[in-house]
Every structure is written in C-alpha cells, then in structure tokens.
Design a protein around this ligand. Structure first.
Ligand code: SF4
Length: 179
C-alpha cells in the first residue's frame, strides 16, 4: 500500500495461518520474508519511505471469526504517530500499537521501529541475502535444520515440516538429539 501524499509505503503479507514477526530472527538468517519484501520494494522505490511490515491472518477458526481483535495485523510499524494515523486512523488494527494519553508512543513496545531502524533493517537484510546467495552459488547446501523453532505438535524442526524424508532423516534426528 502506498500513501501518495505522505510518500510512505506499507507491506502487508496475508497469511493463511497466524504469523508474527520477530526482529531477532534476521540475525539467525531466519524468517526473512517481511524484511526481504521491505528491502526489495525499497530498492525499487527509493523515493518512498517505509511505514510498516505486517502480517495479517486470512483464515480464522469458526469461533474466532467476527471478533475484530482476531484480525489485528502483527509486525513492525514506524514510530511516528502522524504516519500511524494514516495507516490506521482508529489505532486499533495493529497489535501493540497504541498512543499514550500525552500523545506519545509507549517506550517498551516491540511493534515500533524508527526511520533509522528501518534503514538498518534494510542494510542487514541486504547483507543476509547476499551471504545466502553466495553460499547457494558456492554449492553450500549443508543439512542444517533450524533448531530454534520446533513444531510443538511433532517436536521436530520447523524446517523439515514438508520434507518427504522427514521420518528417516538421520541428520535431522541427530541434530535434534535423537537416534
Ligand atoms: S528432514 Fe532432513 S532432509 Fe528433510 S528438510 Fe529436514 S534435515 Fe533436510
């Protein structure tokens, strides 16, 4: 979404399931989707400024539907009240976004990022993307499932969720501490 007047842009990724964005994941070369969209869009549109990167869940269970709180977007937004009000005039559609009585933003919310913070995020994303590209070009495909995000139901690495070798993979089982 582009705000033609303020020259800001907003990235919203509509997700079937419930997703949240964790700033620390970039350091682990993980969960790059929103930062990567941010980076790519900013590169193509250098005259626009980022206002936010958000996930929105599109599919809700029957008992969750219809309740506005369940449709809230999650992610990062710029720490400028004037821009936030352009995105969401009611300040009620994005998780963690609210304004104090004196008009300031809460200090400890992890939903806000400064303009410099966005620049830093774009720079770091470029570094990660470049590093991953170089490793792919060099044929570096080491079996290394993510160990920081484990599927709570199966207790396996989230990286292996859709792999057809899931049940017999020695590397995965060894890394996860099994046989
Ligand atoms: S199960 Fe093994 S081969 Fe499949 S994604 Fe996981 S680590 Fe890779």
């Amino acid at each position: 979404m582009i705000d033609e007047e303020y020259r800001y842009f907003l990235i919203i990724d509509y997700k079937y399931g419930d997703e949240n964005y964790n700033q620390g994941d970039l350091e682990k070369d993980y969960d790059l989707q929103l930062p990567f969209y941010l980076y790519a869009f900013q590169r193509q549109n250098p005259d626009l400024k980022p206002a936010g990167i958000l996930y929105q869940q599109t599919s809700l269970k029957k008992d969750q539907r219809g309740k506005e709180a369940n449709y809230k977007m999650k992610g990062l937004v710029i720490d400028l009240v004037s821009v936030l009000k352009r995105i969401d005039p009611t300040l009620s559609k994005i998780q963690g976004v609210r304004v104090n009585k004196d008009g300031s933003l809460p200090q400890n919310s992890r939903s806000f990022i400064s303009r410099d913070g966005f620049d830093e995020l774009i720079k770091n994303t470029e570094k990660v993307v470049s590093g991953v590209s170089q490793r792919i070009a060099a044929g570096d495909f080491v079996i290394k499932p993510i160990l920081i995000d484990i599927d709570q139901r199966t207790k396996d690495s989230i990286s292996c969720k859709y792999c057809k070798f899931f049940g017999i993979c020695y590397s995965k089982n060894k890394l996860l501490g099994g046989e």
